[in-house]
Design a protein around this ligand. Structure first.
Ligand code: NAD
Length: 274
């Protein structure tokens, strides 16, 4: 079973989960149920992924008690603003077939829209109503975080951002640590661009693990929550198998040196797609 991380609202989140981006709607229930039966306890979804119905079905099909599963979804950019965010959350709950999610995130800050503060106020309301047990953000940068915290006094429990060996975001992670915000890594495998890197290969050979497992273990050891995606049963199983080995300090330092600040995804300061 996977380890848990403490959230700043006294709840906990499993450190390892699986992500549903680009998982076809028709097979999402099956993938979700398979992963949960295998041992995953955190399911990362989003309204824009178009598969929340399958996410909910998979949770029910797994046969696990609802309270054993940590369910995340996200409010899409076109739904930002106070009232629209409230309605978007209701829509997600309806599609999921759930009364509440464990974690609701604002998917992107979309600074040009300048609605993320109103959206954050809506998430605070939704938490009070019990529709989201915890609330957080995704793709927020320091100025966005400082603004919502400063204006509302409510600190997100988590910020889900792109992190992989070529994009380690040390400054943002230090800000998170200072404010007790959990860092959650998306595209943790970085589109495979570090699989052949010498420190990853060396650690994989030494530990008898795959490059993907070494990279996911690196996320675990930097203290991040991590949500790899695989639709293959063998891939899901491989990515779950991270807790019977550890990277040495020297291996961690060698992987830290791979950082080149290079993104796979968009720059949140400029991404405003609605
Ligand atoms: P990922 O880093 O998890 O990589 C997925 C790719 O790696 C797939 O092609 C998969 O087949 C392959 N893969 C998986 N396990 C492997 C293994 N053991 N060996 C070799 N290849 C393997 O990338 P992702 O899906 O982009 O990100 C993970 C999750 O993060 C998403 O599913 C989604 O839930 C979330 N996400 C969030 C945002 C956001 O804006 N908040 C953006 C992107 C992704």
């Amino acid at each position: 079973m996977t380890q848990v991380l403490a959230l700043n609202d006294s709840r906990q989140i499993p450190q390892l989960g699986f992500g549903l981006w680009q998982v076809p709607a028709a097979t999402t229930a099956e993938t979700t149920a398979t992963a949960l039966r295998m041992g995953y306890r955190l399911v990362d979804g989003a309204a824009i992924y178009g598969n929340e119905a399958g996410q909910g079905d998979g949770i029910r099909r797994s046969g696990l008690p609802r309270e054993d599963i940590f369910v995340t979804t996200k409010v899409w950019n076109s739904e930002q603003g106070f009232d629209k965010t409230l309605r978007a959350a209701d829509g997600s709950l309806k599609r999921l077939g759930l009364d509440q999610v464990d974690l609701l995130l604002i998917h992107w800050p979309c600074p040009a829209q300048d609605l993320y503060l109103d959206s954050w106020r809506a998430l605070i309301r939704l938490q009070k109503e019990g529709k989201a047990l915890s609330i957080g953000v995704s793709n927020f940068q320091e100025p966005h975080l400082e603004r919502i915290i400063g204006e509302t006094g409510v600190t997100p429990v988590l910020n889900q951002v792109e992190i992989n060996p070529r994009l380690q975001q040390p400054g943002l992670r230090a800000f998170h640590d200072k404010h007790k915000i959990v860092t959650q890594s998306w595209t943790p495998l970085g589109q495979g661009r570090s699989f052949d890197a010498a420190p990853v290969q060396a650690a994989a050979t030494r530990a008898g693990k795959t490059p993907a497992q070494v990279i996911l273990r690196w996320h675990v050891q930097i203290g991040a929550s991590v949500i790899p995606r695989s639709t293959r049963e063998a891939g899901l199983r491989e990515n779950l198998d991270l807790f019977d080995f550890a990277l040495t300090d020297a291996e961690m330092a060698a992987i830290a040196a791979l950082d080149e600040g290079a993104r796979c995804g968009p720059d949140p300061a400029r991404f405003n797609m609605a």
